[in-house]
Design a protein around this ligand. Structure first.
Ligand code: PMP
Length: 415
């Protein structure tokens, strides 16, 4: 490894890359440069192997089986709950509910806590930079309950306007649901401060951690959030599984979400009693394999160390932001003081989608479009952006490839 190849003298990115088999592949004859990590991250070998091991060695349904395979599968499944508790520093494993992902976690809160506690005229606060999955569940709930959705505006730099948030915290405000990190802008929102203020006003807070769980050290007790939702597939884990953390008392008081097997204690035609936490919210056979594999993703992250990863990703962000400014006519959308390792941008007289296609022709995967944040794009008056989002395995050389690819693409499109 040359000195210039080393982006951080602490994190050995080249050794880490070896743990991700997909990074070996070529796309259209070019080595893959995967910069779409905010959509989903790639998976280390340990996660892929965990899936194979489960299906080849101990595939069985969990919890009620008394045979060996069922016991092994149950133990592996439940050990992920312990790993998640540690990962987000929750107090107890009963507060960890497995879901399909962030979207389901938010819908769960809307359909249980929301349905029970909200009434006509009550207000739900979100921000202008939310992902659709943190807007639409609340709109559906508002339509049903006659509650009202309020929106914290953002500045041109992509930061929340704090005074406007404070103004929204009236006695009508019952719930604040906020992205920890914006997937479209990269803004890291001051969620701890938001939670403190919301609590003072008597509102509970759900943190959409879809983008933050992979980049930040999450401590739900220190944040003092009421709920925290994230998806395994963005933290180097498999698709189809996610986590909803909720404070014990809130979860205890909430009505059930989906009903069926697993979530019951006793069923009779006269009446049914529900299971205790966390099973009360886990109806039916869960996604056993992917949940088991999630633990391997968490252990992978833990084995490297969050601080090292953060430093590496910060360096990538800074390097990419500087180099992108060399492209004539390029404008970065989202210039918040606190940003995670993603850059959204537009280039004058080009369409994001055309840039994305031309980059793909060189094996460079970026995301283009509205990033499931159409209201935000409207606010900025643009149809969408190109988004390059970085992970722990990305390198400075890959950013150089992005710049070369962009220069060539812009040249072609402006001809
Ligand atoms: N919120 C944010 C901020 C996101 O980036 C995403 C995924 N792009 C989601 C919610 C939804 O996550 P999922 O599709 O995994 O449920």
């Amino acid at each position: 490894m040359t000195a210039s190849a080393s982006i951080s003298n602490e994190l050995d990115v080249y050794a880490i890359r070896k743990a991700f088999p997909i990074l070996e592949r070529k796309v259209k004859g070019w080595p893959l440069v995967y910069l779409d990590n905010a959509a989903t991250s790639q998976k280390p070998f340990a996660v892929i192997q965990a899936l194979t091991d489960y299906y080849t060695e101990f595939n069985a349904n969990i919890h009620r089986g008394i045979h060996t395979l069922a016991e092994e599968a149950t133990a592996a499944f439940e050990s992920t709950r312990d790993a998640v508790r540690r990962f987000i520093q929750a107090e107890s494993r009963e507060e960890i509910i497995f879901t399909r992902g962030t979207t389901e976690g938010i819908n769960l809160v809307a359909q249980t806590w929301g349905r029970k506690n909200l009434k006509e005229g009550d207000e739900i606060i979100v921000s202008a930079m939310e992902h659709h999955s943190n807007i639409v569940p609340w709109q559906v709930l508002c339509a049903e309950k006659g509650s009202v959705l309020r929106v914290i505006p953002v500045t041109g730099k992509g930061e929340l306007i704090w005074e406007e948030f404070e103004k929204l915290l009236t006695p009508r405000a019952k719930l604040v649901s906020i992205a920890h990190i914006s997937n479209a802008l990269g803004t890291i929102n001051p969620v701890k401060k938001i939670i403190r203020k919301a609590h003072e006003a008597g509102a509970i807070v759900i943190v959409d951690g879809a983008q933050s769980a992979v980049h930040l050290d999450i401590n739900v007790r220190d944040l003092n959030c009421d709920f925290f939702a994230f998806s395994a597939h963005k933290v180097y884990g498999p698709t189809g599984v996610g986590v909803l953390y909720g404070k014990m008392q809130l979860l205890e008081d909430m009505p059930v979400f989906q009903a069926g097997g697993e979530m019951i204690k006793e069923v009779s035609f006269e009446g049914t009693t529900f299971n205790e936490l966390p099973y009360k919210f886990e109806a039916g056979t869960p996604n056993i394999a992917d949940t088991i594999a999630l633990r391997f993703a968490i252990e992978f992250l833990e084995s490297i160390g969050r601080e090292k990863i953060r430093k590496h990703e910060e360096e990538l962000l800074q390097y990419a932001s500087e180099r992108l400014m060399e492209i004539p006519g390029l404008k970065i959308i989202g210039q918040a003081a606190q940003k995670a390792s993603l850059v959204s941008f537009i280039v004058e007289n080009t369409h994001p989608q055309d840039l994305g296609i031309l980059l793909d022709n060189r094996g460079i995967a970026v995301r283009t479009g509205h990033h499931c944040a159409q209201p935000l794009m409207k606010l900025f008056g643009i149809p969408g952006t190109v988004r390059a989002s970085f992970a722990l395995y990305n390198t400075r050389e890959e950013i150089d490839e992005l710049i070369v690819g962009l220069e060539k693409a812009v040249h072609l499109l402006k001809r």
